[in-house]
Design a protein around this ligand. Structure first.
Ligand code: PMP
Length: 424
């Protein structure tokens, strides 16, 4: 494919020996993207016998029956649900989410909230609000891998800061700010964190680090984007206040979602931020409003007595899956390091130096066990100090979707491959 070389008078698209040519007509963010389609990995596309440890799919066992709520949405509420909806989202649902987040120590009103098409859509909108090309964004090493292409599509410069068992290293973040100031570079626009049950590392930011991070953001003038999909998928351990709950200066922009608590297929999430930011976000949301029908179904379910029971079932199922996978790994791959997250969907494995995570993931896929190599969770751009880890000694396994029997089978297959690689 030729890019950007033609004079403006020459035809710039057409077929050539190389296939379809887009000469200088695509945006920079699209021109360099691959034209191959990703390998199928959605549940409906999985081949027979494939064990899916790769993605954050919900377990079919806890997808709720929403029929009565959908019926009400399509009958009693038809005039609302089959119309365009307000860009900010339904007031009742925003009220419900405000109350829900206030249970965690926030002080929000419906004006602080905007409904979006899932947390990823919220992140995309937050980028529209905050980023100009070339702006710096801090991510943890490792970070949620889907945020990397989102931030890159805004031509952001990604800087990595390490995290440990207490979450992001706020001291290193401060050192990064100092070093940029010395080089006369502007501070990063925001730092992106997954505060609870990190994807992929499973860790939660400690209470002290949360306080320190929010104080640093207020002092040095950057935003914190707190992405928190797993907060209520909590198995044990304390419930530490969210970053949004600690935020007195309006520096935290929080993205939430019903994907992990109800169903990812609904694509309903939210952004919580100061009303002055929400007012601007509304004008940047160009999808005609998130589906009124789906918002109503979600709201009717959330306010029904079925909801708390459902959340309890979700937690019970995933803690069983976590325990089963941790036990299988300890039994079959005893020299692999495994974190035990107190919530969420993922195990982050640390491999001995002789085993490469990318090679392991490739060999596992050939044996019909899908997992994600750790390197995918690193922006790979360094930070301060320059990043020491490229993730190749890690792999991420999700325990959410596979059944407990598949967890045993998948780990057995993985262990056979792993032992062979270890012996080689
Ligand atoms: N953020 C993180 C950290 C996630 O793990 C996920 C789901 N894998 C999302 C966002 C996406 O959420 P949603 O389905 O609401 O877009």
């Amino acid at each position: 494919m030729r890019l950007g070389s033609a004079s403006r008078l020459e035809p710039r698209t057409g077929r050539s020996g190389e296939g379809l040519v887009f000469d200088g007509v695509l945006a920079r963010r699209a021109a360099g993207l691959s034209t191959s389609f990703p390998t199928p990995h959605f549940p409906s596309e999985l081949g027979e016998g494939v064990v899916a440890f790769d993605s954050g799919f919900a377990s079919p066992e806890v997808l709720p029956d929403l029929t009565t709520f959908a019926m009400a949405a399509l009958t009693t509420h038809r005039d609302e649900t089959l119309q365009y909806s307000a860009n900010q989202g339904q007031p009742e649902l925003r009220r419900w989410i405000a109350d829900y987040m206030n249970e965690d120590g926030c002080d929000l009103t419906p004006d602080h909230l905007m409904i979006v098409n899932g947390a990823k859509d919220g992140l995309d909108l937050v980028c529209r609000l905050l980023l100009d090309p070339g702006d710096a964004v801090v991510v943890t090493a490792p970070t949620y891998f889907t945020c990397i292409p989102i931030f890159r599509s805004f031509e952001a410069q990604l800087l990595e800061v390490a995290q440990d068992d207490d979450g992001i290293r706020v001291d290193e973040l401060e050192a990064l700010l100092d070093s940029r100031a010395q080089d006369a570079k502007r501070p990063h626009k925001f730092v992106y964190v997954v505060a609870d049950y990190h994807n992929p590392a499973g860790v939660s930011i400690s209470a002290e680090r949360r306080q320190a991070l929010v104080a640093l953001a207020a002092k040095r003038g950057f935003f914190i984007v707190e992405d928190n999909p797993y907060r209520r998928v909590r198995f044990e351990g304390p419930s530490i206040p969210t970053l949004k709950a600690l935020d007195r200066e309006g520096v935290v922009i929080h993205t939430g979602t019903f994907s992990k608590l109800i169903a990812p297929g609904l694509r309903i999430g939210w952004v919580a931020a100061e009303p002055e930011l929400i007012a601007r976000l509304l004008q940047l949301k160009s999808d005609g409003g998130t589906s009124a029908l789906l918002q109503r179904i979600v709201y009717e379910f959330c306010r029904s007595p079925a909801f708390p029971d459902h959340v309890e079932r979700v937690r019970r199922l995933y803690v069983t899956h976590r325990d089963r996978m941790v036990a299988a790994i300890r039994r079959e791959m005893p020299d692999v390091g495994v974190n035990v997250p107190h919530g969420g969907y993922y195990l982050w494995l640390t491999l001995p130096a002789s085993v490469d995570g990318e090679a392991l993931a490739r060999a596992a896929a050939a044996a019909s066990v899908n997992l994600i190599p750790g390197s995918k969770f690193y922006a790979g751009t360094g930070g301060f100090p320059r990043n020491r880890d490229d993730g190749r000694s890690h792999v991420r396994l999700s325990y959410s979707f596979a059944t407990v029997d598949d967890i045993d089978e998948g780990v057995s297959r993985l262990a056979r491959i792993y032992q062979a690689m270890r012996a080689a």
